[in-house]
Design a protein around this ligand. Structure first.
Ligand code: ADP
Length: 496
């Protein structure tokens, strides 16, 4: 044992043979009596004189001293100790993490004589572990601040892993058992279908987004969550696991609600004066325009056009805000789809003639009556017909077809096909977004609001209907609306 610098070398050698590790020997009062060169190096001492005679507790960081003192008493009793971990102090005052294993050796009379301890410097492993723990702590804190949780679902074993914030968001005890069914119980009833579709769609499409309301199991309050997901598959495209995030957006939704209420109030107030301007301009242009010069007539015509556009925008904003706030009245009555379509079409006779559009109407003979709200049904026709006319150049063709869906039972299909400008391929997915207008539409038709299709989407949520389209740029578009004979949720308010 050439490394041992001092003391009873043969005896020490006899007991420990050739250890490559750092060794430290102390007596039964914890006084250091021997030390090898590995230990000197580990602690940064130059020679053994600096350390021999000191208490081994002097080498231990304050926070761990008590633990080590207890362990020392224990080793005297048990004769052995293994895996004791503590922070030790180096000569320069820095810390290192050590792991110690040791044994008590007796003298010739069988009394404890010295304790030999093998030390391992585990600081490098610990710092890796600490870095991981630190990253986890930071992530957990950030998630808590942002009200942002993340989850992982092992689809095969149906096991969930949630971050701490997920349990906080859902007001569930940490690490409590969770699965899709148990969580669905807390999602408010109207949103359950949406959440189920989100899971199914995410499994098929590889990703999904959903906003839903959740009833806090502790205090019954309703909170809004925004969830996103991503699915991972095996080489045969079998879904293996899904990861996702949940963000508490209750505050944003509340602010949105306030903004919508403001818009609703403002547009309501604006409608009155605008209608007056509109009406007077119309009067001037019609019966009382005799005394006006051509220039004056031109100015009034421009005034009239501008005020009509503003009335349209104001009405659209009002409709959107009432639908979003769930304040839109929904009074279903029995109506004939072709009759309503024809009535709406009358408002566009002038434009159709002006643009020389070939407008075809195809109505199946056996159409039953629909049960829905008149204003909302008229709005759907208005938006679709006005779009088809606006986005179809002169001498184009528009075909409006109303039939019973051959696939879905008890549903109508309303299709409006045009031979117009179409929708650019890369903008198709945004077309139903609030205030979105495609680039070609913006250059060709001034004054659109980008609200019409969004309004139709909201109305169809009330009716339990659907809308989709096919389109090719410069060839035309077909918008198809599916409407059930009887609305799914009569009078239900949608709040988004
Ligand atoms: P607006 O027509 O007032 O711009 P909409 O919400 O009704 O708003 O339509 C949104 C966008 O969808 C339009 O700006 C246009 O880009 C596109 N669009 C809608 N209908 C058609 C159509 N029949 N042909 C081509 N593009 C259309």
């Amino acid at each position: 044992m050439s490394d041992i610098s001092q003391g009873n070398l043969p005896n020490f050698q006899r007991r420990v043979v050739l250890f490559p590790e750092a060794l430290l020997v102390f007596d039964t009062h914890a006084k250091i009596i021997k030390v090898d060169k590995h230990t000197l190096k580990m602690f940064g001492w130059d020679n053994e004189q600096e350390i021999i005679g000191k208490s081994c507790f002097d080498l231990i960081a304050d926070k761990d001293k008590e633990n080590v003192q207890q362990a020392f008493q224990q080793i005297l009793q048990d004769k052995n100790i293994s895996g004791l971990q503590c922070d030790a102090v180096k000569k320069d005052g820095s810390y290192l993490r050590i792991s110690a294993n040791g044994s008590v050796f007796d003298d010739d009379q069988g009394l404890p004589e010295e304790i030999i301890v093998v030390l391992h410097d585990i600081t490098p492993h610990l710092s890796e572990l600490e870095q991981v723990r630190e990253a986890e702590r930071q992530l957990s804190e950030a998630q808590q601040i942002a009200h942002f949780g993340s989850w992982e679902w092992d689809i095969i074993s149906n096991k969930f892993h949630w971050t701490d914030e997920m349990y906080r968001l859902f007001s569930l005890a940490p690490q409590s058992e969770v699965n899709n069914d148990s969580l669905m119980a807390y999602v408010i009833e109207e949103d359950r279908e949406k959440v189920k579709n989100f899971i199914t769609q995410s499994t098929i499409d590889g990703a999904g987004i959903v906003d839903y309301r959740f009833v806090d199991p502790q205090n019954g309050s309703i909170r809004w969550f925004h969830s996103r997901s991503k699915t991972f598959y095996d080489p045969n495209h079998k879904p293996l696991r899904m990861v996702g995030t949940v963000h508490d957006v209750t505050r944003e939704k509340e602010l949105d609600q306030v903004k919508t209420q403001f818009l609703s109030m403002a547009s309501h107030q604006m409608r009155g004066p605008l209608t007056t301007i509109n009406w007077h301009a119309e009067m001037l242009l019609q019966s009382q325009s005799e005394g006006l010069s051509d220039t004056q007539k031109k100015y009034i015509q421009e005034l009239y056009n501008a005020s009509k556009r503003t009335v349209r925008l104001t009405n659209d904003i009002l409709t959107v805000s009432e639908l979003e706030l769930g304040k839109m009245p929904f009074k279903p009555e029995k109506l004939s789809l072709p009759k309503i379509a024809k009535r709406v079409l009358e408002d566009y006779d002038h434009k159709i003639a002006e643009q020389k559009i070939n407008f075809k109407e195809v109505y199946s003979g056996d159409l039953p009556e629909i049960e829905t709200d008149l204003f909302l049904l008229k709005t759907i026709f208005h938006e679709l017909i006005s779009n088809a006319i606006s986005y179809t150049p002169s001498e184009g063709t528009i075909t409006m077809t109303i039939s019973v869906d051959p696939v879905r039972p008890n549903t109508f299909l309303i299709a409006i096909a045009d031979t117009g400008y179409g929708i650019p391929k890369d903008e198709k997915e945004k077309i139903f977004t609030k205030m979105f207008r495609a680039t070609n539409a913006k250059t060709k038709v001034m004054g659109g609001t980008g609200l019409g299709l969004y309004i139709i989407k909201l109305i169809l949520q009330l009716n339990g209907g659907e809308i989709w389209f096919t389109s090719e740029e410069n060839k035309g578009s077909t918008f198809t609306v599916v409407l059930p004979f009887v609305p799914k949720s009569v009078g239900a308010a949608i709040k988004i």
